[in-house]
Design a binder for this molecule. Structure first.
Ligand code: ZN
Ligand code: ZN
Length: 135
């Protein structure tokens, strides 16, 4: 059994893959619903207004946006910035351009670290194989 302290409220809970306990998660869910509904009715609201009206902390609202769970309406004053280039984005952490750049870099580094050793290993086997056959 994996018992941990909730990283938010400090209570003990059965760890099930989340950093916070089920109680805090339920609170988050309720906050999320409040924010979503408020934004649905007031698409032009900015973060401080949403914070005041829903009593959900701005940092949590931003967290919802970063997670991609909330998307900002086209004409909204809620603005997020791409973590790399600072372009304003509507959801997530990066703009489309940086996200695809990141994707490319990621697949390159996977190729770089993963494939080469495997190939070398294969080659070595082939050499040994031939050598043994000749004997
Ligand atoms: Zn908790
Ligand atoms: Zn960017």
């Amino acid at each position: 059994m994996d018992i941990r302290n909730c990283s938010r409220c400090g209570r003990l809970y059965h760890y099930d893959g989340f950093r916070i306990c089920p109680t805090c998660r339920r609170e988050d869910e309720a906050d999320f619903t409040k924010v979503k509904e408020y934004l649905y009715k007031n698409p032009g609201a900015d973060i401080s207004e949403v914070e005041k009206e829903t009593e959900v902390e701005a940092s949590k609202i931003i967290e919802f946006l970063r997670q991609g769970r909330l998307e900002v309406a086209e004409d909204s004053n809620l603005v997020l910035e791409c973590e790399i280039c600072g372009t304003s984005i509507r959801t997530g952490r990066f703009c489309d351009k940086c996200a695809s750049d990141l994707q490319k870099e990621l697949s390159l580094s996977i190729k770089g670290t993963g494939k080469k050793p495997v190939q070398r290993e294969k080659e070595r086997f082939r050499v040994i194989d031939r050598y043994e056959k000749r004997r």
